[in-house]
Design a protein around this ligand. Structure first.
Ligand code: GTR
Length: 324
């Protein structure tokens, strides 16, 4: 009788074990960009590695094309745990973790290589840790590249005077509205998904972004065909995880996810450089006029913005400037 019971218990356990060993966790990961975009491709690749390393226990399912919402809503969903991951612009994290705004300031990085050296080094790690330690319930996993943002408008812009009276769409963060107002235009905060129609209908006169976004969001097909090389914002992208999902992971799994996010950071960079070159060529072929300008007047005009938002982070600003 005893033996029989043991046998039955053993059988039940044997039937249960393989099942539990194969229990799967699938992280839904948001991206506003379409399939194939460097950020989407890098997260997909991270997902494959995670799947292989955990023998299918942990997976990432990417949801490109903003199907889970615009970035502001996506951040909220990640905070709640309804979405487990998102690759978003750091611009929209500023309103929930104000410390990161130091990376969102105009001309805070000298150029893209400077930004890369900063995000790859201790300052980058500190900012990820600040996101994770903040009450926002987000975990900063890693960075990605968003290149530099320049203006695209219906009329060419060569100086701050040319922006006078022009309504320019900015991402949802008061810092960016202040930036555009300081640059000479009228900053209008608007979700990315509304920009195309607003450019077409004349609700706005222009917007600003990097060449891959300008192309893939079809903004170049609107009357905004002058791309003035202001490079006023170099905003890193961030890969975040919901703290709700993070807290359910073992320490080993957490370390694995972070390691793979770091690999994705470096992998995305290669894809990014290629995509900037490809989309720049495509934009030019489609008739977009790239205008080289003197950026100094825009740098000078935005000094009050760096003062206003940077004052609280004077040490961090010094550390960023000191990175070679
Ligand atoms: C892109 C960025 C997106 C989004 C978009 C925007 O460069 O990759 O995450 O923030 O800009 O302007 O809203």
């Amino acid at each position: 009788m005893k033996l029989q019971r043991r046998l039955i218990t053993g059988l039940v356990l044997a039937a249960w074990l393989p099942l539990s060993a194969h229990a799967q966790t699938v992280f839904k990961s948001h991206d506003t960009h379409p399939a194939g975009y460097p950020t989407v491709a890098a997260v997909e690749s991270m997902g494959k590695k995670l799947d292989a390393a955990t023998k299918g226990r942990l997976k990432i399912q990417t949801f490109p094309g903003a199907v889970l919402g615009q970035e502001k809503e996506a951040v909220e969903q990640v905070q709640l745990g309804a979405i487990q991951m998102a690759r978003i612009s750091l611009g929209v994290i500023g309103p929930v973790v104000p410390e990161v705004d130091v990376f969102n300031m105009p001309f805070v990085f000298r150029d893209i290589n400077h930004m890369r050296a900063v995000i790859d080094g201790p300052v980058g790690q500190d900012l990820l840790d600040k996101v994770s330690a903040s009450p926002a319930r987000l975990i900063g996993l890693g960075w990605m590249d968003g290149g530099s943002r320049s203006l695209y408008t219906k009329k060419p812009v060569r100086s701050p005077e040319d922006l006078k009276g022009q309504k320019i769409r900015m991402m949802g963060n008061p810092l960016f509205v202040d930036t555009m107002n300081a640059m000479g235009g009228n900053g209008i905060s608007m979700a990315y998904g509304e920009v195309f129609t607003s450019l077409q209908t004349g609700v706005i006169d222009g917007a600003e972004n990097n060449p891959p976004s300008y192309f893939t969001a079809n903004h170049y097909t609107t009357p905004a065909k002058y791309y003035s090389q202001t490079h006023h914002l170099i905003i890193p992208e961030i890969l975040v995880m919901s703290k709700v999902a993070w807290d359910k992971l073992s320490a080993d799994d957490q370390a694995l996810v972070k390691k793979l996010a770091r690999e994705a950071q470096l992998e995305q960079r290669q894809l990014w450089d290629k995509s900037v070159a490809d989309y720049t060529a495509k934009l030019k072929a489609a008739g977009v006029e790239f205008i080289q300008i003197d950026t100094k007047p825009f740098y000078d005009a935005t000094e009050p913005v760096r003062q206003k938002y940077g004052a609280k982070h004077a040490d961090l600003m010094k550390r960023i400037a000191a990175v070679k």
